[in-house]
Design a protein around this ligand. Sequence first.
Ligand code: MF3
Ligand code: CO
Ligand code: CO
Length: 259
Amino acid sequence: MIPIKNPEAIRRMREACTVAATILARLKEQVRPGITTYDLDQIGRDLIASFGARSAPYGYKHGSGRPYPAHTCLSVNEEVVHGIGSLKRILRDGDIISVDVTVEYNGYIGDNAVTVPVGAIAPRVAELLTVTEEALRLGIRQAAVGNRIGDISHAVQTYVEARGFSIVREMVGHGVGRTMHEEPQIPNFVDRKRNRTDEIRPGMTLAIEPMVNLGGHAVRTLSDGWTVVTADGTPSAHFEHTVLTTDAGPEILTIPPAA
Ligand code: MF3
Ligand code: CO
Ligand code: CO
């Protein structure tokens, strides 16, 4: 069953998502050549604390593995998602970095990510970023009441693959609410008949998050138990928003307040 949020839950989701988006906007401004991903994560930790929020990834466990040790997820170049800030990873001109901020605020969770260039990047890598961001936009557009979850998947996959990039299959988007990962799963590819996936109804809060590789779709996990990298070492991009479904259409919740 996909949770349907009541008005009070939606109000709190709005707040959590606004906080998550504001933190992400500030953190991504800190990306520059010479900074380490450890320092970025520490800035993220301080920003989260300054809003009275809590990092949802920090201490998060999956399976029997070790708890996630960082406050934000920072994934450079061939790292797809769940990269752990490190003093050894110094950003250089030409890199890209996915900055993923997930916070709990007043009992609800907002989840969002962007991939940003570090200095000047190669044209095909720049295209990877614009295509992944546009795929997210097209996916969000399909998050309309009466559509199915598979319509989101189909829109993302079709657009990305037509441009010669590949979709990561091992991780998917998800419902989000009191917990970081709720039903439904939102794959970025069609893995079963679209008309067998769940119908979208008003009051769902969905984290839509295409992960797109420049090379092949295969990924593997590093020995730290978390960092997912492309198998062929090519760069990967990731954009994410938390979206509320309404009768008036999808509404992106992870937007910072107008300045
Ligand atoms: N932000 C991630 C997502 O988009 C979740 C973080 S996974 C963790 O779903 F293990 F790092 F917590
Ligand atoms: Co995320
Ligand atoms: Co997510």
